[in-house]
Write a protein of this length. Structure first.
Length: 148
């Protein structure tokens, strides 16, 4: 398990999960889109409490290794401003077989969004900004409905 910072983290992530026992290596890059709900975005800005976020990300990685029998996992998240088209998060996993790698990669991403002490502010072209909860949307971008 290793935590790295993208974008240089892509090469590092792939080299760290490499194993002769791996039949599957999965790489996910989360990038800044140019719009959100039809509003033009200029950048995303991330902030965190690094000691706690690192501890949480490490736990997410360790749990994924145990649950899915992974051979390697790397999670990296940028802080500060992330311009359009650049990566804010990198997740790389390796496993003996593709099924475990695919499932683990998506699960690690969702766990990071749900649990990591990292906060996102969308900054729009008009200068306005909006703090967003990373966990308020599903994998298809649809707003999650919370049952009360």
């Amino acid at each position: 398990m290793r935590v790295v910072e993208p974008p240089a983290g892509v090469r590092t992530a792939l080299s760290k999960i490499s194993s002769p026992n791996a039949g599957a290596n999965i790489l996910f890059l989360g990038t800044t889109r140019n719009s959100f709900e039809d509003r033009p975005v200029s950048t995303l800005s991330y902030t965190a409490y690094p000691p706690l976020a690192l501890k949480t990300l490490s736990k997410i990685a360790e749990d994924a290794v145990t649950k899915h029998g992974l051979l390697g996992v790397v999670i990296g998240h940028r802080l500060g401003d992330v311009p359009i088209g650049e990566s804010s998060i990198v997740i790389a996993v390796s496993a003996g077989h593709r099924g475990a790698a695919w499932r683990a990669g998506e699960e690690v991403l969702e766990e990071c969004k749900e649990k990591a002490e990292i906060w996102k502010r969308e900054v729009f072209v008009d200068g306005e900004g909006e703090w967003r909860a990373n966990r308020d949307r599903d994998a298809e971008g649809k707003l999650k409905v919370v049952q009360g």
